[in-house]
Write a protein that binds this ligand. Sequence first.
Ligand SMILES: Cc1cc2nc3c(=O)[nH]c(=O)nc-3n(C[C@H](O)[C@H](O)[C@H](O)COP(=O)(O)O)c2cc1C
Ligand code: SF4
Length: 437
Amino acid sequence: MGYPHAPHRREALVLSKHFGEKDAVTLAGWKKRGGYAALEKALGMPPADIVNVVKDSGLRGRGGAGFPTGLKWSFMKIGDGKPHYLCCNADESEPGTFKDREIMRWTPHALIEGCAIGSYAIGAETCYIYIRGEFTEPIARVEAALKECYDAGILGKNAMGTGKTVNVWVHRGAGAYICGEETALMNSLEGKRGNPRIKPPFPAVSGVFAQPTTINNVETLAAVPAILNNGAAWYKQWMRADNPKSTGTKLYSVCGNIQKPGNYEVPMGFPFKEFLYDLCGGPPPGRKFKAIIPGGISVPIQTVDEAEASLMDYEGFVAEGTMLGSGGVICIDDSQNLVKQIARAARFFAHESCAQCTQCREGTAWTTKILERIVAGEGTPEDLDTLLSIADNMTGKTICVLSDSCATPVVSGLKKFRADFEALIKSKRTILVPAVA
Ligand SMILES: Cc1cc2nc3c(=O)[nH]c(=O)nc-3n(C[C@H](O)[C@H](O)[C@H](O)COP(=O)(O)O)c2cc1C
Ligand code: SF4
């Protein structure tokens, strides 16, 4: 299979329509595909009208929490005399998620156009695209596209000849998971250590440089030009008839024990069973799925029955005991031991904790220690209750939700796959857990 794969007939291509088309990365190629018509339209509209179109479209943030984008934009008080900022979160840290980097690689101008429209809509003259530093190719593509925009007068002090100022800059992150958390991102952008800040104040009140700030994910912003071009009703064609709370299309990154890994774009409400077996080819030959994590490693693990019953939207995944999250679908087949997967996740969170909160610093370390004892064949039955008690102390008590994210796979794993833990403890077998890089 080539990558990007040939689209499946059941995909709905909005964000990934031009993936793999080499000339789409250039300004000329992007304009041939209708690029920057939405920005031109937006710059002729009152900012509040743009916010209303985005509100009406039902677009929700694709960075993990699914907060309504238009509503978030409306928190920025235009005319308050303060400089406003837009930050595009291109840190893409969530394990299992690799869609934002593909948007930047293949359609950098879609992202820049979305950033420019978003900036104007919230009264910001400056947008920072905070990109994980390892993303060398996406960074090069976005920087080249930005240069083309400045050279063509699309961005700058007189954007598209309208007299309005729209600046978009790239800021490279050093590659820490926690810098994807919005307030840590802002600290990092200011040149400080990327530690999350206590909220309130929320970014819309005091964000970057203590000024009103909006943070949006790459996929969120890249969807905006198509919404402005085609209207809110067009975007809402993709939703379940019985669930208007989730609209549009969503990019899912699929990895693990699956025949056709890669990025897939499907409408909200798509049946997960059809997605896993028809689009992604199902588990490797001779294997069955054992568990699925549908939204990146931070969301609860699903049993196969739960996954097969899920409809792919925010509410559909919640109804089956998990979350849509960032859309990183991790597939685990029946050759795997769940304890190994969970131990590896815990080791990752312990490594990435910024260590400000005791519950997170100590909790991630102890969780890792106990799980590693179990995979080393030295666990005891009491360890399982200790793990649950630590997880309870790690949940809902910290500055950011990294602590909760570490507890989530432990709790859902023990609830749904306790037999894996018990069998391993009883057998005293050792299983190898690869190191976190
Ligand atoms: C530990 C942690 C890591 C996060 N990593 C990312 C990330 O890599 N990319 C992202 O867009 N959002 C990430 N988020 C969510 C952001 O804090 C924020 O909610 C999001 O960027 C808002 O954009 P949206 O409204 O468009 O979804 C992370 C959150 C947490 C708690
Ligand atoms: S929960 Fe963890 S990562 Fe988040 S602020 Fe506290 S210590 Fe840092």
